[in-house]
Design a protein around this ligand. Structure first.
Ligand SMILES: [Zn+2]
Length: 305
């Protein structure tokens, strides 16, 4: 018997019991309507994955819709992406205009439960004076741990509606996670309150909720709510002059943008470049609290130097 034949026989021997197992599992699925006892939940991007995993743990099958490494602000689903979403039990979105395409999903699968985690949160607008009636809402609520707690509560309330048998389990996990967010909130207050400066230079306009919560003043290199906007030369000149007059020593960049832009300003003001992450293109397995602590550490360096 040559090696190829042997491998083929081995494959058949393994496949027979496996196909029996598959049949058994699909029979179970018919009875429960679920995959191995789990609920299929989709979330749009990183922070929602972390929050939902922390609450559902092994009882919820969570996947991220927007592919890793892709900025959520400009992403649009293809027909194939929409097909992948049509079997979900629940889709959890940030809301506040971050996922305008979600209406397409609701129209092809009227049974899917769509959870908008921005519901009930007072939203800021791009135009902070409120004069521009067409101004976009600011979606970056996940960067304020106090608002993140509300997003967690919104997720747990809806998971309980989907799977009431495990209500206590989900609520306990959510309470534990909200307690961790409370510790983070206190740490931010304590760590940043000792710094003299209140102004910092972020890359894009992602930290308005965070700044409001902690009494800071955000300035940005690119003007809008979307990091993919390229700053013009006059904008860079103006930002550099502002950074100088504010006495800043740190210029922030973020993961999915060209760090040269921040470096040009840092060179002019003899400062350095650090990362202030908007948590938009983060590896899904890195803990949200850890990422926020890294942000706080870098902010402390900027505000206390
Ligand atoms: Zn953003």
């Amino acid at each position: 018997m040559n090696l190829g034949t042997r491998a083929a026989i081995l494959a058949i021997v393994i496949a027979i019991p496996l196909s029996g197992y598959t049949l058994w599992v699909s029979d179970q699925n018919k009875a429960t309507g679920l995959t191995l006892g789990q609920h299929k939940v989709l979330v749009t991007f990183y922070p929602l994955y972390q929050f939902t995993k922390a609450i559902g743990k092994e009882k919820v099958d969570v996947s991220i819709i927007i592919p890793s490494g892709i900025e959520p602000h400009d992403w649009e689903p293809t027909i194939q992406d929409i097909q992948k979403m049509k079997d979900a039990d629940m889709i959890i979105i940030n809301g506040a205009g971050l996922e305008p395409w979600i209406t397409k999903i609701a129209s092809i699968n009227p049974n899917v439960i769509i959870v908008d985690t921005s519901n009930g949160i007072p939203l800021l607008q791009e135009d902070s004076n409120g004069f521009d009636k067409t101004a976009k809402k600011d979606p970056h609520i996940w960067l304020d741990p106090v608002l993140a707690k509300k997003q967690v509560q919104s997720i747990v309330d809806n998971l309980i509606k989907l799977d009431p048998q495990n209500a206590n389990y989900y609520q306990q996990n959510a309470n534990d996670y909200k307690a961790k967010l409370g510790v983070l909130d206190n740490k931010i207050k304590t760590d940043l309150s000792i710094c003299d400066k209140k102004d910092f230079l972020a890359f894009h306009d992602a930290f308005s909720y965070f700044s409001k919560e902690y009494g800071l003043h955000q300035h940005t290199i690119v003007g809008g709510l979307d990091p993919e906007t390229e700053p013009t030369a006059p904008t860079l000149q103006q930002v550099t002059e502002d950074a100088q007059s504010l006495g800043l020593n740190v210029v922030f960049t973020e993961e999915a943008v060209n760090p040269r832009v921040s470096q040009v300003i840092a060179d002019e003001i003899h400062g350095k470049v650090l990362i202030l992450s908007p948590l938009e293109v983060t590896d899904k397995n890195i803990d949200y609290i850890t990422k926020m602590e890294q942000n706080v550490s870098n902010l402390k360096e900027a505000l206390c130097s």
